[in-house]
Design a binder for this molecule. Sequence first.
Ligand code: GUN
Length: 294
Amino acid sequence: MAQIIDGKLISLQIQEEIAAEVKTIKANNGKIPHLAAILVGNDGASETYVGAKVKACEKIGFKSTLVRLSETTTDQELIYFIEGLNADADIDGYIVQLPLPKHMDEQKIMEAIAPQKDVDGFHPQNIGRMALNLPTYLPATPYGIMQLLERYKIETVGKNCVVIGRSHIVGSPMSILMARNTNPGNCTVTMCHSRTANLKEFTLKADIIIVALGKAEFLTADMVKDGVVVIDVGITRVASSETKSGFKLLGDVKYDEVAEKSSFITPVPGGVGPMTIASLLMNTLKASKKEIYK
Ligand code: GUN
């Protein structure tokens, strides 16, 4: 039976570690880390995520600023606010919550963010630095997964790792990180996606599977070998009569049956999800200490 990887617990531990460091900074009259977030429009999930980020800042003693812009904001207007944050010496790092409204050019927006303040790690310069194994801000979800592997002392050297999904914010960076000459890392990585033929042939050979597809209960027990490590990045809301809210969250893994064959597995909720906030706070602390860009 699998050991459950408790992302909620590790995220809280990391937040306590950061809070302790902020106390020391304050005691020494140092610069208090300051994170800003720009939220465009009224997407429900984005509101929840940004709200949680602001709340986490308050809890650990960071300053936070939330910039709310209307659904009809143009690229040019948003870039005006981005340039304001780029120039504001008190802001150490900031994020533009994604997805942006359909009329906006996400890539152009990401490129307007000063790489030094890009605590989401989405700027092409920071993605390039990640690929080259140079100091950089790692994107929140991949950084969180690396923390889980490290803190649970999961062996990765020489293992076969299958990443399912090639999104710019999870699958793609995850496959780079797992292949790098780092620990965790040093895996033989196979990157699979919607056009992969005979996916099961790859997953059956995998020692570590990272699923970031967004398809509820996609990975089933017949697709994995005994002792596999399973990292589930999916969160799909489905209607449910079992809960008061009327919905429940499902991962990309058919949890009960896959857990029976796994050595380690992340649950949904409470696995990878809570780690993304910890990652963002770690990146903001690095930004405020000028650890990445001197
Ligand atoms: N939307 C989903 N995940 C993320 C993230 O990590 N950062 C931002 N800015 N938006 C997101």
